[in-house]
Structures are given as structure tokens and as C-alpha cells.
Design a protein around this ligand. Structure first.
Ligand SMILES: NC(=O)c1ccc[n+]([C@@H]2O[C@H](COP(=O)([O-])OP(=O)(O)OC[C@H]3O[C@@H](n4cnc5c(N)ncnc54)[C@H](O)[C@@H]3O)[C@@H](O)[C@H]2O)c1
Length: 407
């Protein structure tokens, strides 16, 4: 079979999740890692002819100036993940990918994210929104042409930005265009400018962050017009995955959840950005809404996210669930989740690349609603419970495998 060539354009290209994706892909390619953690390596996905590790080329946008090897070294030293031997085996591959990273945009990212930026990104600060889109789209188009790629998937794994004004969430495509071409400063956040640029260049867009990205009616209109796919928001990797699994159990047993308190502590760069109340607002909302959706009533909830530097990439979530059983008897479930954030997220990002690439070959466009099990705030589906979301994915697998057999 002729080899495919697929571009993965990472927004936030040298961050913790992105670096782990790149290290993971390079390690898989060299046979230095097995596929534990990858949903798409489960047996039912085998007939789908998904993209292979050596068919993927990495590029991306960043606002800091560093390298994959340097960022991987930080993960090794601060968080004690992977090891020097793995890194040594893949360093030349990482250096090749470093060359494909271009300066991102600071448009409407807020003071906290701007404080991370290096000189190249700071130089772009005076661009208008339409200039930003044109420059970002040009970078992606050049990447596709210079590496002779069949298609490109733009994956947003950049820092969580502060939410834009509420009205933006309702904008249709003509509102978006008006805002882009107007004389005054646009309210569109960077994540949406990245999504527009992706679609303008004919690429698909996946938003692994809580930022708005393509989650407004106008962007879905544009995706269909450009015949590209999109989906998001906010990867479901740890505490919220537990909520999406456990809350349906309380509902099914008619146990009344009175309160659900979740305290999260972690110490990576994401945690540092989320320490700013403006950026944190987006994340807390994304972690909190699904209980009401699953239970059908709103228990008292509290989600706290605290930056504790010594924890590095390791996150501890402690959840206290106070619920009522028969004859009004109060009971408690407590759990502690201790996961390594980037190592939980990276395989899901690789899965989303493979599934988006496969769906692109089916020739559809718009929101990929069958990917809800990957997200805290899934687009295109009202189904918040994990088991049903996973069922939707398996139905898609079955349909697609059948088509594969018919080809
Ligand atoms: N388990 C997880 O790690 C997990 C789960 C769900 C969602 N997420 C989300 O994924 C994102 C990435 O997480 P992370 O741990 O890698 O964070 P990180 O802080 O390590 O990486 C983010 C990267 O984005 C870069 N960046 C910031 N603004 C940018 C912009 N406008 N353009 C280009 N680059 C920009 C930063 O310089 C940084 O390198 C965050 O939004 C996080 O909330 C992570």
C-alpha cells in the first residue's frame, strides 16, 4: 500500500502535552514504546487502516522559544517520566521537527500567557486579526506543500486562554467575518483565529483545550464551506473522566448526590497559567457542568485547581462525594486520582489525529460528534456519560470498518 503523509500542526507546539506527543510518536516509530494508553490500538480499530507513526510529520505554532529536547529534559528532570535512553534514541528526529515550528499569535491571550512569550512572538503584537489569520494560514499551507502532505490536522494544545465576551459564542460566519475585517480590535480569541486559519488552509481542527476554538456556529458554517472537520473541547483525561464514569452510576441506582467537591493540585506550566483567575474560569466551567447534565439536578459543587510547583506534571485530584441513600441515610465516596497529566493526554491527542485523518478519508465535513468520549465539553453531542459516548465511537468504528471491507 502506498504510504500516506499526514501533517500534525500543534498549536502550543513545545508545551508539555505537545512534547509528549512528539516524544511518543518518535518512540513508537523506533519501537521504543508499546501502545498502552492508545484507544486506537484496541482490537476493534485494527480494520480501519489508521495512519501509522512513520507517516506523521510534526509542525506547529509556539510563542516561547525552546526545543523538543530541552522540553523533554524538563519533563524527565521535574516529573520523572520517560528516560534519557529513550530521549537519546530519538533526538535527531526531534531536532527535525523543531525546524517546522513557527511563531504563534498573542491576539487576545491575556497578560498571563503573554508573559510566557519570546521575542519572535512579541514582534507580532501589532498585527490585526485578519493579518494574524493570513499569517497562520500561510504557515500551515507552506508546511503542507514543503513536506508534500496529503492532509494536515491542526491540534490546539496551547495554554487555556481567558474566555471571550459571551456574545462571541453565538456568532455566525458573517459576524465572524465582520469582526475580522472591522477597524476596531476584534473580540475573537487566539484559539478561534487558529481554527479559522486551519480551515482557510483546508486543514482539519481539533481543540484539546477548554478555549473556545471552533465552538461557535460561524466556525461550523465555515468548516462545512471549506469541507473540513472539527471537534473539541478540552481533553477528558483524569478527574472529569472519573466523573463521567461515576455520576451515571449514582443516577442509575437512584442515589442522590448532595455535593461533589474536587480539589486538584499540580505544578506544570499549564497549572501556572491556570493560576490566573481569568484563565482558570474556562477550565473550572469545563470540569463542572457535566454533573448537572448526567444527574438531571444540580448538587452543590466545588472545583478547585491550585498550582503547587513541586508536583511538576503530576496531578492529584481528591474528590469527596456526599450522597443520600435509602431512608435518607447520608453516605460518602472519596477517591484520589494521581496521574501524570501529559502522559494521560498525549495518547488521546494521537488517537484524535488518527480518527480525524480516517474520517477525512470518508469525505465528511463539520463536527465529529462521535468523538465525545475524548472531551470534557464535547461538541455536537448532548451525551455526557462516558459509556454512551464510547458506544457512539464504537458504532462509528463498526460503520467505518464495514465501508473499509466494501472498498
Ligand atoms: N491532561 C492534560 O494535560 C490536559 C487535559 C485536558 C486539556 N489540557 C489542555 O491542553 C493544553 C496544553 O496543556 P499542557 O500541559 O501542554 O500546557 P503547557 O503550558 O505545558 O503548554 C502550552 C503551550 O502553549 C504555548 N502557547 C500558549 N499560548 C499560545 C498561543 N497563543 N499560540 C501558540 N502557543 C501558545 C505555551 O508557550 C506552551 O508551550 C492546556 O490548555 C490544557 O488545559 C491538558
Amino acid at each position: 500500500m502506498a504510504k500516506r503523509k499526514v501533517g500534525v500542526w500543534l498549536v502550543g507546539a513545545w508545551g508539555g502535552v505537545a512534547t509528549t506527543v512528539v516524544v511518543g510518536l518518535a518512540a513508537l516509530r523506533k519501537g521504543l514504546s508499546d501502545t498502552t494508553g492508545l484507544v486506537t490500538s484496541l482490537p476493534p480499530f485494527a480494520p480501519l487502516d489508521l495512519v501509522q507513526w512513520d507517516e506523521i510529520v510534526i509542525g506547529g505554532h509556539e510563542i516561547r522559544e525552546t526545543t523538543y529536547s530541552a522540553e523533554a529534559q524538563v519533563l524527565i528532570e521535574k516529573s520523572h517520566v520517560f528516560n534519557e535512553k529513550t530521549l537519546a534514541g530519538i533526538s535527531s528526529q526531534l531536532a527535525r521537527f523543531d525546524r517546522n515550528i513557527r511563531p504563534g499569535t498573542l491576539y487576545n491571550v491575556g497578560a498571563k500567557i503573554e508573559s510566557l512569550a519570546g521575542p519572535l512572538a512579541l514582534k507580532t503584537r501589532n498585527e490585526t486579526a485578519s493579518h494574524v489569520v493570513a499569517r497562520l494560514a500561510k504557515d500551515i499551507t507552506e508546511f503542507k506543500a514543503s513536506h508534500k502532505l496529503d492532509r494536515v490536522i491542526v491540534m490546539n494544545v496551547s495554554s487555556t486562554e481567558p474566555p471571550p465576551p459571551d456574545e462571541v459564542r453565538t456568532w455566525n460566519w458573517s459576524d465572524v467575518q465582520k469582526s475580522l475585517s472591522g477597524k476596531s480590535h476584534s473580540s475573537l480569541p487566539a484559539s478561534t483565529l487558529y481554527a479559522i486559519a486551519a480551515m482557510q488552509s483546508g486543514s482539519h481542527f481539533v481543540n484539546f483545550t477548554p478555549s473556545i476554538g471552533s465552538d461557535l456556529p460561524g466556525l461550523d458554517e465555515y468548516a462545512r464551506k471549506q469541507q473540513v472537520l472539527h471537534v473539541g473541547r478540552d481533553g477528558k483525561t483524569g478527574e472529569t473522566l472519573m466523573k463521567a464514569v461515576l455520576a451515571p452510576m449514582f443516577a442509575a441506582r437512584n442515589l442522590k448526590v448532595m455535593s461533589w467537591v474536587g480539589h486538584n493540585i499540580f505544578g506544570n506550566l499549564d497549572g501556572k497559567v491556570l493560576d490566573d483567575p481569568a484563565n482558570k474560569a474556562n477550565k473550572v466551567k469545563s470540569k463542572d457542568h457535566l454533573l448537572t447534565e448526567i444527574l438531571g439536578y444540580k448538587p452543590q459543587t466545588l472545583v478547585s485547581i491550585e498550582y503547587v510547583e513541586s508536583m511538576g506534571d503530576w496531578k492529584t485530584a481528591w474528590d469527596h462525594i456526599h450522597f443520600q441513600g435509602f431512608l435518607g441515610t447520608p453516605m460518602v465516596l472519596q477517591f484520589t486520582w494521581q496521574g501524570c497529566d501529559s502522559l494521560l493526554a498525549a495518547p488521546l491527542v494521537i488517537d484524535l489525529v488518527r480518527l480525524t485523518e480516517r474520517e477525512a478519508r470518508r469525505g465528511t465535513s463539520g463536527v465529529m460528534s462521535h468523538l465525545g468520549s475524548f472531551f470534557k465539553s464535547p461538541m455536537g453531542t448532548d451525551e455526557p456519560a462516558f459509556a454512551y459516548q464510547f458506544q457512539q465511537l464504537m458504532q462509528w468504528v463498526e460503520r467505518t470498518a464495514k465501508e473499509e471491507g466494501e472498498e
